[in-house]
Design a protein around this ligand. Sequence first.
Ligand SMILES: *[C@@H]1O[C@H](CO)[C@@H](O)[C@H](O)[C@H]1NC(C)=O
Ligand SMILES: *[C@@H]1O[C@H](CO)[C@@H](O)[C@H](O)[C@H]1NC(C)=O
Ligand SMILES: *[C@@H]1O[C@H](CO)[C@@H](O)[C@H](O)[C@H]1NC(C)=O
Ligand SMILES: *[C@@H]1O[C@H](CO)[C@@H](O)[C@H](O)[C@H]1NC(C)=O
Ligand SMILES: *[C@@H]1O[C@H](CO)[C@@H](O)[C@H](O)[C@H]1NC(C)=O
Ligand SMILES: *[C@@H]1O[C@H](CO)[C@@H](O)[C@H](O)[C@H]1NC(C)=O
Length: 325
Amino acid sequence: MKFSIISIAWFIALPVTASPTSPYRQAASRTIFQLSQNGTWFENLAIQQNGLILATRADAGELWRINPKEGTGQNIFNFTGTDSSLGITEISQDIFAVISGNVDLSAGSVTPGSFLIWKVDTSKGGPPTISTLAKISDAVFPNGATTFDDDTLLFVDTIKGVIWKVDISTGEYSIALSDATMLPNGKTPPGINGVKVWKNYVYYTSSTQQLFCRIPVDKNVSATGPVEILAKGFFQDDFILTPWGQPYIATNVNNTIVTVNENGEVKVVAGSNSSLALAGSTAIQFDPSDRSYKTLYVTTTGGLKAPVNGTIVEPAKIVEVTLKY
Ligand SMILES: *[C@@H]1O[C@H](CO)[C@@H](O)[C@H](O)[C@H]1NC(C)=O
Ligand SMILES: *[C@@H]1O[C@H](CO)[C@@H](O)[C@H](O)[C@H]1NC(C)=O
Ligand SMILES: *[C@@H]1O[C@H](CO)[C@@H](O)[C@H](O)[C@H]1NC(C)=O
Ligand SMILES: *[C@@H]1O[C@H](CO)[C@@H](O)[C@H](O)[C@H]1NC(C)=O
Ligand SMILES: *[C@@H]1O[C@H](CO)[C@@H](O)[C@H](O)[C@H]1NC(C)=O
Ligand SMILES: *[C@@H]1O[C@H](CO)[C@@H](O)[C@H](O)[C@H]1NC(C)=O
């Protein structure tokens, strides 16, 4: 079968209309594991009940497991036939859904029709049991994913500008939500990037439109009201919400983690533009053993898309951030 290649501009310079305000109460950050080569890209992560981190790589169809206590990591699975792994979400205790497909970071292209969702079962200990959950061949460029309820997961389509929903038991999938705020800005992907559910809202970031939004939904993931824009004016990658709805957003090219208050004001809580500490921050998870939600794990690209100070990159890594507030 022949696929058409859709060109994506990964290495574009992005105009930033408003800046995340200067750092306040800068959090402490510590690298817990780093790959050995430049040009690597940790894209997303999820945490097992035992605290081990599962991380995906946009530059390789590989799943990595990182032990944050020992500072070690290993490639535990290759997603056969695909060269990029993307969104990951825990669908039931210690069972994860992971998206992979063909994304060529250096050529800046994706292969539509190449994407699938894998079921990674770590519940029995030892090596995970891995099977196909769904072939999502109608998706153009899937990215972030989240679990909506016991039967349904959601993933975004960063070129098509929609949120797909997937029936976890049958693998059937359909478009649940679409809105102009989810589209790429002009022809420049990525559009919608991260997705999370809080109360009866679906929250999402839209990277090149520089928006953080939410939309109210019913149990069918159908919209019950209009999209609300919660913050804007900076490049946004994936994000996380506390149980009380506070967001922490990875800014990728801005090398920081930011939070947004109820007035839409954006504050840098960790990292800085000119530092490698969180260079190319892509996604965030809470350390489940910290019930105060002050310990975050962050995946990075080492600044691949926008080198620090214009020229400096490093291998992708996993960073522990301890918030101070
Ligand atoms: C980070 O944000 C600032 C201010 O918004 C912007 O000027 C800068 O270009 C951004 N950094 C990168 C690496 O894009
Ligand atoms: C995955 O593929 C890489 C490169 O081909 C190889 O070095 C590695 O051993 C494989 N990993 C597993 C878990 O099979
Ligand atoms: C449920 O969502 C699907 C799209 O995912 C839509 O086609 C259908 O009309 C919705 N059903 C109801 C009752 O809203
Ligand atoms: C980037 O430049 C600033 C200002 O000169 C400097 O303080 C900082 O250390 C540089 N960053 C890196 C990673 O070298
Ligand atoms: C952030 O870094 C970029 C690239 O090094 C630089 O062009 C920009 O001026 C910096 N912005 C701020 C606000 O420091
Ligand atoms: C990564 O690139 C930087 C330059 O940006 C270089 O200083 C460093 O040695 C490289 N690291 C590796 C592991 O190749």
